[in-house]
Design a protein around this ligand. Structure first.
Ligand SMILES: *Cc1c(COP(=O)(O)O)cnc(C)c1O
Length: 378
């Protein structure tokens, strides 16, 4: 059966051009970038080329980009690394209730180590309240970490306003932009972003490589000890091939942002408007405007989420309940809970996330199957 993939927020396939770019670094170009001879220098040069590609996309300096093993590690390094290096300045961190667990659980760990964390509420569409943010700031506040766009409901947070509040109060601003980076052109200067996490496998590079932008002058402490790779911020021999892949993938996306965005938005808007017409008992979650272009999140009155996913899978359709990271966790999604979706509905929720490989006929197939499953299930 043909697989139809609507789960690009969980991961994306690796693009052909990206695979091609990586291949030499699995083969002939196997040098260790820390070595002095030309084979090693080739690898080092390839990494620095990727660094340039990432920096150009974010409008940062090349030396402000550090490669990591994933988005989760970037979040850990940004938040723990910053907290440890700056604990003499204060011990208070502000984040939101709808962050990815890579941020939430990092904050929980820091709380056990004596830091204090404020978890901001969000409204029914998933937006933080800027006044609540401003009110939460005190003289011990050293860091604000608010995600760029939510991985479950797609809501895009008011980055520019948060950046201004952080700047005005002389507080460092980190954002988990793992979902945003493939979809939205981000200028860290314009938005006053001081640290930003991203992950290759959400924009058609492989799993197992990420990056962290840290504005020059901001101190972060290493959280993994060993060698002095990545300007002594992240020990461990670099994943050269995948770093090359990440650089290529971000460069390709950079040149296609407008077109890609439009394509996803067209598919998504078509899907949502047809779903409203054809499916009984649904609720669309998240804001309809300030939302990732490829994201749709729907709760169903008439079917159990697990059963729906199972029956979609029988028809070759890949989609997620809430978020992929929570599929082994029986608790209703913390994001849906935070926006006020009742537990029963939260459990019966489908996240559809479109990508560059989807076509209108795939969306029609998805709608037909959903209609068959939902409307005959009453
Ligand atoms: C996927 C994701 C992560 C984790 O990235 P990994 O590379 O899978 O560790 C973090 N934050 C958000 C918002 C994500 O969507």
């Amino acid at each position: 059966m043909k697989i139809r993939y609507f789960d690009h927020a969980a991961t994306t396939p690796v693009r052909e051009e990206v695979i091609k770019e990586m291949l030499p670094y699995f083969g002939v170009e196997y040098g260790n970038p820390s070595t002095m001879y030309s084979l090693g220098r080739n690898a080092k040069r390839a990494i620095n080329n990727s660094r340039k590609q990432v920096a150009r996309t974010l409008n940062s300096k090349t030396r402000e980009i550090y490669f990591t093993s994933c988005g989760s590690e970037s979040d850990n390094l940004a938040i723990k690394g910053f907290a440890y290096a700056n604990k003499d300045k204060g011990n208070h961190i502000i984040t939101s209730k709808i962050e990815h667990h890579a941020v939430l659980d990092t904050c929980k760990t820091l709380e056990r180590q004596g830091f204090r964390v404020t978890y901001l509420n969000v409204d029914k569409n998933g937006f933080i309240n800027l006044q609540e943010l401003a009110n939460a700031i005190n003289e011990d506040t050293i860091l604000i970490s608010i995600m760029f766009a939510n991985n479950e409901i797609g809501t895009i947070e008011p980055m520019e306003e948060i950046g201004l509040i952080a700047k005005k109060n002389n507080i460092v601003f980190h954002t988990d932009a793992v979902q945003a980076i493939g979809n939205i052109k981000i200028n860290v200067q314009k938005l006053n972003i001081d640290m930003l996490s991203l992950s290759g496998h959400k924009f058609y590079a492989p799993k197992g490589v990420g990056a962290l932008y840290v504005r020059e002058g901001i101190e972060i402490e290493k959280i993994q000890d060993g060698g002095e790779q990545e300007d002594n911020k992240r020990a461990g021999t670099e994943n050269v091939a995948e770093i090359v892949g990440l650089g290529k993938a971000i460069e390709l996306i950079y040149n296609e942002y407008d077109e890609y965005n439009k394509k996803l938005k067209t598919l998504r808007d078509y899907f949502i408007s047809e779903a409203k017409k054809r499916l009984d008992g649904i609720r669309i979650n998240g804001d309809l405007e300030k939302r990732l272009p490829g994201n749709a999140n729907i709760s169903f009155e008439n079917i159990i989420g697990g059963e729906l996913l199972f029956r979609l899978d029988e028809n070759g359709i890949c989609a997620s309940a809430g978020s992929a990271c929570s599929t082994s966790n029986p608790m209703p999604s913390h994001v849906l809970t935070a926006i006020g979706v009742e537990a029963r509905l939260a459990e019966n929720t489908l996240r559809v996330s479109f990508g560059m490989d989807n076509k209108k006929e795939d969306v029609d197939y998805l709608l037909d199957k959903l209609e068959g499953i939902i409307n005959t299930n009453m």
